[in-house]
Write a protein that binds this ligand. Sequence first.
Ligand SMILES: *Cc1c(COP(=O)(O)O)cnc(C)c1O
Length: 422
Amino acid sequence: MMSPYSSAYARSLDSQDALAHFRSRFAFDEPDLVYLDGNSLGRLPLASQALAGEIVAGQWGRRLIRSWNEGWFDLPARIGDKLAYLLGAEDGEVIVADSTSVNLFKLAVAALRHQPGRTRILTDDLNFPSDVYILQGAVATLGSGHVLEIVPSPDGIHGPVDALLARLDERVALVVLSHTVFKSGYVYDMAAVTAAAHAVGALVLWDLSHSAGSVPVDLDGAGADLAIGCTYKYLNGGPGAPAFLFVRRALQEALANPLSGWMGQHAPFDFALAYAPEPGIRHFLTGTPPVLSLALIEPGVDLLLEAGMDALRAKSVQQTEYMIALWEEILQPRGYTLKSPLDATRRGSHVSLGHAEGWRINQALIRELNVLPDFRAPDNIRLGIAPLYTTFEELHEAVERLRRVVDDRIFARYSSHRPVVT
Ligand SMILES: *Cc1c(COP(=O)(O)O)cnc(C)c1O
């Protein structure tokens, strides 16, 4: 019997993996690199590399401004429809625009204006800090006496579901949560939270940044109102690629985009001076899209659609379970703690480990051991698993290097100084 902790066992899991061939669709030029940061910046699809050349030389270089009518103008909605399919929404409910932060501002302000008389906004302390800053900015911009309540997690890992639900009443305008939280990977039950909020007349805005392309999402099935999310994480859209936003069809005409720019205007090329929003999802657009990075989102989304979210989720669960089994046997005795939910149904596609020497271990992994995880203060080592291209052997190798860095005290050579971008 092969030991389940051996590298041979990891290779046998890879040999049985029906999605293994997708790895060859991505750019790899460092065979020894263990990349576990696909949840911050997804790998480069080879098709995106080819498309970049075509867009720059062919569309921009040769077709020039004619390209706007040869596909560019339709890109936000066309890629939005593909994302809608991936996220359980309908055509015309998702569009690509701006950044996640900007989309959050647009939808939060729109939702708060739509709920006059209600002044409470609920979120949790596991949410991405930028989301909280944006909500604070939205409250200040509106100047209508809204109060943002940040409900604390019971343990820093799980969402404070009971406490959130207990705070729901007729004064709550909006609940804003990360569906999959960025540190622990906890996943909220979207349908249950949405139903509870709707029961008191509140709206819910979900940040899907760590869910899109990693966990199945059924926006319409869950009765979701509003959502936003990144494309450069598990969707492999490229650094700083524009984000997406979702508005349930029934709310689209009732909500007004506070950043009412010409891309959301009905007939923008009439150049009329009175803003008249285009019906449907388009009026949540603002200005001219960054065509190069927008267009490069599509190949990554196509790969996810080809693989299928159910198959990807099955592999992701198998891989996070495998990682946790290795942690229990090999890493826990060396001071690593598990900072992600044990229950796979409430866990996304990354596993967070804590360690008293977390920052120095992270430095040693990056600079000496050729492992790229990512680090979140104060001691959180995030191991992002992207089932489209992460192998079981890589996970085994990551654990082996995490073991070595402690056993050989390699981390002790690094200082505890932290640079700006981690
Ligand atoms: C990554 C991430 C963001 C990033 O927002 P940007 O506007 O792209 O900088 C926002 N929210 C969450 C939950 C994230 O994980």
